[in-house]
Design a protein around this ligand. Structure first.
Ligand code: ATR
Length: 273
């Protein structure tokens, strides 16, 4: 029996066990995927004991992604660039780390159309951990002008500095002015959600008609930003597909089969919410 896990704190709201459980059943694999709650103070102990466990690997989620990254020596390029890991596996007695969030982000967009790849200019709202993965992925996809706008400007500046000359940092109030030549607008922040109304949802009315608007938040599926974009008749993609696609490389590593993201899987996850 092949065993995998997801660990975080708290972990009980994670959709990953349902997602991987769906694929295990679909492919009739003798395997398991379980949620393991690990308190931050116990995480390093958990990591240390992993090579002697019978796990093939697993997912690491909030708040352990950065600590795991810092304590795993064998990291791939995506993990290195993003500075966090969400997917680990055991090989030759050692732990290996990757970060599949950026992959999940682009695979979600590609699922609808690859037209977004001809864009050059992206505006990213938010400068936290999720934003780092998105900026990395968008640069990899060939965007030449990536603007990062954040409520706290210094965090946007840090992120822009980290990724170099194709990136620039902007204050939240600048977003509306950045929209007129934006090909891809990504929200990685919780702006406009219940209890997060202290900064305004930017005016998106100057986005060009071809612009694609996407959000990485998927609860609710239609976030305030996506709602506004839809009213403006812009193309929108919700964030659920990123969750589904980021899980694909891990499942393949642990269980040996590359699973598919289908409408039925999406429906299963939505119904489990
Ligand atoms: P994540 O891993 O989801 O990116 P994070 O690292 O805590 O989480 O980052 C949260 C992001 O959402 C940050 O960009 C944060 O802005 P600040 O750096 O100014 O804190 C942004 N954010 C959180 N609440 C917000 C709100 N009410 N309005 C706008 N941005 C918000």
């Amino acid at each position: 029996m092949i065993r995998a896990f997801v660990t975080g704190w708290p972990i009980k709201h994670s959709k990953s066990p349902i997602l991987h459980g769906y694929w295990l059943k679909e492919h009739k694999i003798n395997g398991s995927y379980d949620a393991i709650a690990v308190e931050p103070d116990n995480f390093l102990k958990f990591l240390k004991e992993l090579p002697d466990s019978n796990f093939s690997g697993g997912n690491i989620t909030i708040p352990h992604k950065e600590l795991a990254f810092e304590n795993i020596a064998l990291r791939d390029e995506a993990a290195e660039m993003i500075g966090a890991t969400n997917t680990i596996w055991l090989g030759d007695g050692a732990i290996h780390a990757s970060n599949t969030d950026g992959y999940g982000f682009v695979a979600n967009l590609d699922d609808f159309s690859d037209k977004w790849r001809s864009g050059k200019t992206a505006t990213i709202m938010g400068a936290g951990g999720a934003s780092r993965a998105v900026v990395y992925a968008i640069l990899e996809a060939g965007f030449t002008n990536v603007r990062i706008a954040n409520r706290t400007l210094s965090r946007a500046q840090n992120l822009a500095d980290r990724f170099g000359e194709r990136c620039s940092a902007h204050a939240w109030a600048e977003i509306a002015d950045l929209t007129h030549d934006t090909d891809l607008l990504v929200n990685t922040s919780s702006v406009g959600m219940a209890g997060n109304e202290e900064v305004p949802i930017p005016d998106l009315s100057n986005l060009p008609a071809h612009a694609l608007v996407t959000d990485i938040v998927y609860t609710p599926l239609e976030t305030p930003i996506l709602k506004q974009a839809k009213i403006l008749n812009l193309h929108t993609i919700d964030g659920l597909g990123m969750l589904l696609h980021q899980a694909v490389p891990g499942f393949e590593k642990w269980f040996g089969i590359r699973p598919k993201v289908t409408d039925q899987l999406r429906q299963t996850i939505l119904e489990a919410s």
